[in-house]
Design a protein around this ligand. Structure first.
Ligand SMILES: [Zn+2]
Length: 417
């Protein structure tokens, strides 16, 4: 029997099927993908795509799934558009034995997760729930994350594929599908084959609230500050020892609150020590540095160096080195050169009846790196909320709106060509 005869292809059933497959990625792993189990979902997606008639669907050695819905329009100049979601879930919370629960016709009540009664979704702690009255909310059961980040996006793209295949009256150009592994550990596009994709524009379907589209991400650097202190026998250290551990601690303590993650929001950037290690002679502080403007990244890095040098004045025989490693850049710089990519995205959202809202994201997406690799790629809502934790949720109705948005985008690119 054909797979499409036995498996249901509406977005909810797809989603429920995918979240039960554990695809947690692992930052400690050197392999690619970081965990082999991510391919279990990749293989299922390929099988399903082939079953519905997407003939070129395949998974490569790194776990990327590629597929194409061939153009059905007479117009020759419709750009190739790519839709992208990631298959892995966050290492921050277990993704094993996810038991999704549908809370039908939500009326604002507390949602108590049955496998751990201390996990309760309250309206005042999840303010976006106020827009979900009457909707069907999907959560996990209390001991795991749900995996809506980003299996909601995967399911939405799959439902849209199925719809396109079954509705040839919807005219579109070549539609490329990309499912990536290891996004949550920052390696989501390391092995992607941009040439093979051959797309003019991409959309990641990995955003939060229905109607939102993100055209800005942080620009991001990693920085490593190494303190070289002076070690000596502690019994005979008077006037000699300059402990790198203590110097590093003073530097961390001197970081300003108004430049920290816990003291900033909106469009403000920050510097954030994410690791500290060392001994008397040498200590290392690892930082992440974030801002929406590249120029401000440099300023923040100067501030770290300035604080270090100020502290070091008290330690004349110690020194420091400071290394910066660029991580990703604000995709707006690329998207501004191709304004119709965001315009069409906003138009597609409006056509679903939602209010379209352009936002920035205090983080990075696969799209921020794809944009600089030659595939301009804003981020569209998938409906995922409270991700990376046990209270993660998504609503059926938001997922359906995301499917509609994808379909409208396919039509708009054809229509405007
Ligand atoms: Zn995500």
């Amino acid at each position: 029997m054909a797979l499409n005869a036995i498996l249901s292809f509406n977005v909810t059933d797809l989603f429920l099927r995918y979240v039960e497959i554990d695809t947690q990625s692992d930052p400690e792993s050197d392999s690619f993908p970081s965990t082999a189990k991510q391919k279990n979902l990749g293989n299922l997606l390929v099988k399903e795509l082939l079953a519905i008639g997407v003939a070129d669907a395949h998974i490569d050695e790194y776990g990327y799934v590629y597929a194409t819905i061939p153009a059905n329009t007479n117009k020759a100049n419709v750009p190739v558009i790519c839709f992208c979601s990631h298959m892995d879930t966050s290492p921050d919370c277990s993704g094993e034995n996810v038991k999704p629960i549908i809370h039908k016709n939500y009326q604002g009540q507390d949602l108590i997760l049955p496998d751990d009664a201390t996990q309760i979704l309250k309206l005042n702690e999840h303010p976006d729930l106020k827009n979900q009255i009457g909707n069907d909310i999907i959560t996990a059961s209390g001991t795991t994350l749900l995996g809506a980040d980003n299996k909601a996006g995967v399911a939405e793209i799959m439902d849209a594929c199925y719809h396109l295949i079954n509705h040839p009256e919807i005219k579109h150009g070549d539609i490329r599908i990309l499912f990536t592994p290891d996004e949550e550990i920052g390696r989501g596009v390391d092995k992607v084959d941009i040439k093979k994709l051959g797309a003019y524009a991409g959309y990641t379907i990995d955003g939060e609230s229905a109607g939102n589209m993100e055209n800005e991400t942080f620009s991001a650097d990693g920085a490593k500050l190494i303190i070289h202190g002076i070690s000596s026998h502690p019994g005979f250290a008077k006037g000699k020892m300059e402990s790198a551990i203590k110097i590093a601690s003073e530097i961390v303590a001197a970081l300003p609150l108004n430049l920290s993650p816990e003291g900033t929001s909106g469009m403000q950037g920050f510097v954030h020590p994410v690791g500290i290690s060392g001994h008397v002679e040498e200590a290392t502080i690892d930082f992440i540095v974030r801002d929406f403007e590249d120029g401000k990244l440099k300023e923040h890095e100067r501030i770290i160096r300035g604080i270090a040098d100020e502290v070091l004045k008290k330690y004349p025989n110690s020194s420091r080195t400071f290394e910066i490693k660029p991580q990703y850049r604000n995709m707006k710089e690329v998207l501004d050169k191709h304004p119709q990519i965001v315009e069409y995205g906003m138009e597609a959202i409006k056509r679903t009846g939602l209010q379209a809202k352009l936002c920035s994201i205090r983080g990075g997406t696969d799209g921020s790196r794809l944009s600089f690799m030659g595939l301009p790629c804003p981020n569209i809502f998938a409906g995922e909320h409270a991700f990376h934790g046990k209270q993660e949720w998504v609503s059926v109705q938001d997922m359906q709106k995301a499917v509609e948005t994808i379909l409208h985008l396919c039509m708009i690119w054809e229509e405007k060509a």
